[in-house]
Write a protein that binds this ligand. Structure first.
Ligand code: ATP
Ligand code: MG
Length: 407
């Protein structure tokens, strides 16, 4: 026995000559996540069909399809030859399970005839299938404007019938936009920033600055857990952990207290640029949002920006904290992000940080610290951990591999 999933593509279908590039990437991304299971792919305009052997667990397939960007919706479907008798037979099966099982409330049938040689038009197919639902469940009623349940029929190379599509994550396939480096702290914002950029097709490595023993082993474990939680969206990832203790202590001793945070952000940017270049990442991604804290005022962001050669993307810049929290709940990172292990920024924060820095003054302060050797050493001694894409949607047995020579 096998089972069939019908997958709807969103923005990819609007692409012109390069549509094939996006479709191919989507298929590859799905295949990598589904690697342990036997699956057959086929494709038609705006749709991908995947047929699985029965052993592939629905729960895993669902996790894969809800975390792979480029998909706007999916449903388990049945297929048959293009004649009404067979269509009615599979429709009977479709409505005998899933959302129609409740046998109450309103419904609508939507038919789509991609193969125009089929002798009935969409409206006639809808009437036939609507009649079938009413005969089977006389207590149900048709509501074409605001139905509680939907039954679909598509006439293509074969006829397909399905109900209750599940929403996909939308966006564009991860990897189609190139590769970046996500500055991943243990907070709420940066995992969401990673999710948002992956949704626009960016593949990412992650980078965490660890200030042991000022930040605990649990803080590092929390970041690993966050990397694992966002890894399905990122199509797997590599987390680089930089030991930042010496750098932070040096900053504390060689700059004014009010500038500590800005100097630390500058050092982070410089280390991030070094690692990004080694790992062929062409931009940085952070979870900063305008005016959220002192280091995120317009002037502070302008200074931080000026310390990076690479483009810095801040997908949350215009979002309210509550909007970011809502998204972190939705993607499943919130509960981990709020675990109470401080990150290094919190521990070294000045009481009265500068909020309106001038770029030229901060550049001078940075030079005065003479910290270049220390940040080069920090970048060179990073430890790296790989989160494999083929494990990313499994519910146990997640493999984290230490990479001894990632650069
Ligand atoms: P978050 O909730 O993501 O921690 P935040 O609101 O606490 O963000 P900051 O601590 O100022 O804000 O950090 C801003 C951004 O800088 C973070 O979103 C993240 O991208 C990066 N960042 C901060 N601390 C670290 C760290 N220890 N390691 C890696 N990146 C960091
Ligand atoms: Mg933080």
């Amino acid at each position: 026995m096998s089972k069939l999933y019908l997958i709807k593509l969103g923005e990819i279908s609007l692409k012109g000559l390069n549509r094939g590039f996006f479709e191919k990437k989507l298929k590859n991304n799905l295949k990598l996540k589904l690697r342990p299971y036997h699956s057959r792919f086929s494709q038609q305009k705006g749709r991908v069909f995947i047929e699985f052997d029965d052993e592939a667990p629905d729960e895993l397939i669902r996790k894969v399809l809800t975390t792979t960007f480029g998909i706007t919706g999916f449903s388990k479907a049945l297929s048959c030859g293009k004649n009404l008798d067979e269509i009615m037979e599979i429709a009977r099966k479709v409505i005998s399970e899933g959302s129609f099982l409740e046998a109450s409330g309103s419904f609508k049938v939507e038919a789509r005839r991609a193969d125009k040689s089929f002798p009935m038009n969409s409206y006639q197919i809808e009437c036939e299938l609507g009649g079938l639902v009413l005969d089977t469940y006389p207590q149900m009623r048709v509501d074409v404007h605001n139905p509680q349940k939907l039954l679909f029929c598509e006439i293509r190379d074969k006829a397909y019938v399905y109900s209750s599509p599940v929403a996909g994550p939308g966006g564009l396939p991860t990897g189609t936009a190139g590769k970046g480096l996500l500055l991943l702290s243990g907070g709420i914002d940066s995992p969401v920033a990673g999710y948002r950029m992956a949704k626009r097709g960016l593949k990412m490595d992650c980078l965490y600055f660890h200030a042991y023993p000022y930040t605990s082993e649990q803080a590092l474990q929390k970041v690993k857990d966050l990397a694992m939680l966002i890894s399905p969206y990122l199509q797997g990832t590599v987390l680089h952990v930089v030991n930042f203790t010496e750098t932070e202590l040096w900053i504390k001793d060689h700059s004014n207290e009010e500038e500590h945070t800005l100097m630390m952000r500058a050092c982070m940017m410089k280390v991030a640029n070094m690692i990004a270049k080694k790992r062929e990442c062409s931009c940085l991604v952070t979870g900063e949002a305008l005016s959220q804290v002192a280091s995120q005022t317009l002037e502070s962001l302008a200074y931080t920006d000026s310390t990076s050669d690479l483009l810095v993307l801040r997908p949350l810049v215009g979002m309210d904290k509550q909007e970011i929290v809502d998204l972190s709940v939705k993607i499943g990172t919130f509960e981990t992000s709020i675990l109470p292990y401080d990150d290094c920024c919190v521990i070294f924060s000045p009481k009265h940080p500068l909020v309106r820095p001038s770029i030229s003054r901060e550049n001078q302060s940075f030079l005065n610290m003479k910290i270049d050797d220390l940040i080069a050493k920090a970048a060179e001694t990073a430890e790296s951990f790989e989160f494999l894409v083929e494990d990313s949607c499994r519910f146990q047995d997640f493999t984290i591999r230490s990479l001894f020579n990632p650069f």
